[in-house]
Design a protein around this ligand. Sequence first.
Ligand SMILES: C[S@@+](CC[C@H](N)C(=O)[O-])C[C@H]1O[C@@H](n2cnc3c(N)ncnc32)[C@H](O)[C@@H]1O
Length: 237
Amino acid sequence: MLKINEVYNMDCIDAIKLLDDKSIDLVVMDPPYLLNLTKVKKTTSFNNYTNELIGLKDGFDLNVLDLLIPKMKKINMYIYCSKRQVKDLIEYFINKDCNYEILTWHKQNPSPLINNNYLPDTEYIVFAREKGVRLYGNYYTKRKYYLSGVNQVDKKKYKHPTIKPLPFIENHIINSSKEGELILDCYCGSGTTLVGAIKNKRNFIGFEIDKNYYEIAKQRVEEALAEEFKIETESSE
Ligand SMILES: C[S@@+](CC[C@H](N)C(=O)[O-])C[C@H]1O[C@@H](n2cnc3c(N)ncnc32)[C@H](O)[C@@H]1O
C-alpha cells in the first residue's frame, strides 16, 4: 500500500502494482525517449546533454499502460513521447475506445544536430481520455501547442537533462483534474509534475528509479509544500 503525496525511489513497473485499483484520476508522465536520434552511442561528437539523455534508462513500453489502466478511475493521461512513439500510442488508445489529442512543444532554440534531418525542435504529448472524462481549463490553457525555449535555467537548477517546463505541466493538470484529485507521474525525474500538483492543490504520487533524481524530486516537493503552506497561512491572516 502506497501513501499519497509521496515520491518513491522505485522502478515504476514494481511500484504501479502497489497502487490501489481505480485510485488515480490523472496520469502525467514523461518516460525516457530520444528525439530524432535513432541508433546512437555515447560519443564526443554529441554534447553533454545528449550523452546524459542516452544514459537515462529507456524503460518505457506499452505494457506500462496495461499496468496503469486498472489503477485509474478512468483513462485520463498525458504522455510525453517521441515522434516514433506517437503512432503506437494513438493506436493503443483507439483500441481502448478513447478520445485523443496530439499536443506539441515547439522549442525556439533547439540543439543544432541537423545533418540530413529537420531540427529536433518539436516534442509530442499524447493526451488520451476515456469517453465521458471532462476537460476543464479555459481559452488560454486549452491550446494544443506550447512554445518555449529549452529550459536551461531549470535544467541547471534541478540538474535534470530533460526537465519539462512547469507551466506546461500545470496546464495539463488544470485542464484534466479538479482540486483534491490524485495525479500520478511514474517517471517523475526532478518532480515537475509533483510540484505542479502541489501548486494547484491536487494530491500526487511520484516514482523515480534513479537515486539522484529521486533526491532532487523529494527536495523540490518539500520546497513546494513549504511555499504553499506559507501562501495559505498569509492569506488566512
Ligand atoms: C524524461 S525524464 C522525466 C523528467 C521530468 N518530467 C522532469 O520534468 O524532471 C524520465 C525519468 O524516468 C526515470 N526512469 C526511467 N525508467 C524508470 C522506471 N522504470 N521507473 C521509474 N523511473 C524511471 C529516469 O531516471 C528519468 O529521470
